[in-house]
Design a protein around this ligand. Structure first.
Ligand SMILES: [Zn+2]
Length: 482
């Protein structure tokens, strides 16, 4: 009798989309969390513990969200690693980069990174990594600790702020850090807004009692982003180092990036869902509702700004599309309503940020792929391949190929045809052809930061309890579809 080799999972009839190709009618065999083979009729070659029929659906690499704020001290009502990564997986994202934040008073960043590992370990539903936020880059940290974190700590990137009093660095400090990250091959991320402009306008607005949520956007005009973007590009050119400018919202700032790229400077840029879909009109909601949309840089007034962000996604200016997930509870004294005390509004006290880790993939798939603004390959590049490469995971994540991690997301392939998928004996059918169903299957629920090797798999971790992540996601989709 013929004995078939066994694999854990076969996804069959998939339309595989990667950053470069669309492969029709493919089966994907998965074993021990890795893709072992792509091809046709794999069910006749292997016996599989589980078979999923993905007919009518794209199967793409799982999303890599390279900008999500989880369990940070400055966001008391935000997401924990448990709630945030659960949302990520529900939305097709299988790897999340969060932040380990140095406080100004921290003289060493090694305990900072260890502390954030403790917050995440055993609590995450998907793989995760950290960017290190540097707020006080002393000589000891820059010369001694960063090299150690790169070799032993799985840290491949730092994030620097040009604004926010507790976080911001001066140009001189930014140059010092860049000189070091260049040597170490780390990615340097920068939040680019001109702090002095913002402080100056904020004081003027406060003096006139213009403190409702809407004035948060007034206090951070586009020119503050434009100037800081140009300045940090200049700093990076001086040091000759690649940088990534995070969460861009202004067309002039994006044009600075574009011009730098045409001069072959290694300038990368990121934008986020809210800069594609929302204008500052959202900040005018009644009864302090506008606070829900307070973020920095702020939502922009002119819809043309949004169009330019779309253009940057399609013409290749943006390298990554991240969520900048930073939720806060609304009706909570330490949430958004920290900016509403005894009936007095103060936009300065409203915690910054919008949620997005769950909706990032769906919004770009619906607004970009289904409308024809970007190709499915570009979607994969922006949401998965590029962030994986930029942050040191390019050899295991960001594409669908033998040897790569078996992280997948799936969405409707054809606009006018309902998609369907089978999980075990259950049929799931999406009710609307234009509805975007992003489903996730991360098949490596037992991979943990250090449980197997005792040391870091670079920038990766995961829940170690063996929770059936895939089943949970599909079940969720079934619930929503019914
Ligand atoms: Zn952020």
């Amino acid at each position: 009798m013929k004995v078939f080799p066994t694999v854990d999972l076969i996804i069959c009839n998939a339309t595989i989309a990667t950053a470069s190709d669309v492969l029709l009618n493919q089966d994907i065999a998965v074993s021990q969390g890795k893709i072992v083979l792509l091809g046709q009729h794999l069910t006749s070659l292997f016996s599989a513990a589980q078979v999923i029929d993905a007919e009518g659906a794209y199967v793409t690499p799982g999303g890599v969200d390279s900008h999500a704020h989880l369990d940070q001290d400055n966001s008391v009502t935000g997401d924990t690693f448990e709630t945030g990564t659960r949302s990520a997986v529900a939305g097709g994202t299988t790897t999340v980069f969060a932040f380990a934040t140095q406080k100004r008073s921290d003289e060493s960043v090694i305990p900072v990174v260890e502390d954030y590992h403790r917050r995440a370990t055993g609590n995450a539903y998907c793989d995760y990594g950290f960017h290190l936020i540097l707020t006080n880059p002393t000589n000891k940290i820059v010369d001694e600790e960063l090299p150690t974190l790169v070799t032993d700590g799985g840290i491949t990137s730092v994030k620097l702020y040009m604004t926010y009093e507790p976080l911001k660095l001066g140009d001189r400090e930014i140059l010092d850090v860049m000189e070091c990250t260049r040597r170490l091959g780390m990615t340097t991320m920068v939040h680019a807004e001109n702090s002095e402009m913002i402080n100056w306008i904020t004081e003027k607005l406060e003096a006139r009692k213009m403190t409702e949520p809407y004035y948060h956007a007034v206090s951070r005009p586009k020119i503050a982003e434009d100037e800081a973007t140009y300045r940090v590009i200049s700093l990076s050119e001086l040091i000759d180092i690649p940088i990534l400018i995070v969460h861009m919202s202004s067309r002039v700032a994006v044009s600075h990036v574009r011009k730098a790229q045409t001069r072959l400077l290694p300038i990368h840029a990121e934008t986020c869902p809210h800069y594609l879909f929302l204008t500052s009109e959202r900040l005018k909601g009644e009864i302090f509702e506008g606070a829900k949309c307070v973020c920095s840089p702020p939502l922009r007034e002119d819809p043309m700004e949004l169009e330019e962000m779309w253009k940057g996604l399609s013409n290749g200016t943006f390298t990554t599309f991240s969520s900048d997930h930073a939720p806060s509870k609304f009706d909570h004294p330490q949430g958004k309503k920290a900016g509403l005390v005894d009936g007095t509004m103060s936009f300065k006290k409203i915690p910054n940020g919008l949620p997005g880790v769950e909706t990032r993939m769906a919004t770009l798939f619906c607004g970009g792929v289904l409308t024809g603004r970007i190709s499915i390959q570009r979607f994969v590049e922006l949401t998965s391949s590029n962030p994986a490469k930029l942050y040191g995971l390019g050899d295991r994540k960001g594409t669908i190929a033998p040897g790569y991690d078996a992280d997948f997301a799936s969405g409707i392939r054809r606009r006018n045809k309902p998609s369907s998928a089978v999980l075990r004996r259950r049929w799931l059918r999406s009710p609307s052809p234009t509805r975007c169903c992003i489903m996730t299957s991360t098949t490596r629920p037992s991979k943990a930061w250090s449980s197997r090797t005792g040391r870091a798999t670079p920038s990766c971790g995961g829940r170690s309890s063996g929770t059936g992540t895939m089943e949970a996601c599909w079940a969720r989709w079934a619930m929503e579809s019914s």
